[in-house]
Design a binder for this molecule. Sequence first.
Ligand code: MN3
Length: 199
Amino acid sequence: MAFELPELPYAYDALQPYMSAETLEFHHDKHHQAYVTVGSNLAAEAGMDGQSVEEIVKASYGSNAGLFNNAGQHYNHIHFWNWMKPGGGGTKLPGALEAKINEDIGGYDQFREGFIQAGMTQFGSGWAWLAMKDGKLEIMKTPNGENPLVHDATPILGCDVWEHSYYIDYRNARPKYLEAWVDNLINWEYVEGLFQAAS
Ligand code: MN3
C-alpha cells in the first residue's frame, strides 16, 4: 500500500458543535479511506508506490487524472485533520505567522475575509488555501483534489469545501461552515509548523 489512512488526532465528537461526529465518521472513515484505497491501487499500477505522496501528486498532475485526484485528496486530508482542533480558530496566532500575515495579506481581518471568500467562490467541490509562494503568503482556491503543490506553492492551511465536509451539519450553507471553521476550528500551531518549514 502506497498510502495509509492516518488516525484522527482527536475523538470523533471533539469538534462539536462546529463539526459533528457523524460528519467526521463519514468524511474520515469513508471518503478519506476511499482516496487511500483507490490511490494506492493506481499508484501501484503506475509503478509509483515507492514514492512519497507529495512526489506522486506532482508527478501525476496533468498526466494521470485518476491517480492525481486520489493522491491529491490523500495529501489534502492528511493535513486537513490536523488543520483543526477543539477550541481552535480565532485570532490567537503564533507571533511569526501573525507578522507574516500582516505583511503579506494586510492583517488577520483581511486573511479571514479573503479565505472565506475563496471557499465561498470555489464553484463546486474544492479547497480554500493559505499558501507560501515565492516567499510570500497567498490566499488561493483550487477545484476537486488539486492543491497549491502543483502551482509551485506550499500549502500551510486548507479548508475542504466539498459538500461531504459540511452538508450534514450546515446543509447548503457553505458560508456558515467556513465562518465556523475559521473562528472555532483552525489549529494555528499546526499552521505555524508548516509555515516555519516553508520559510
Ligand atoms: Mn474531504
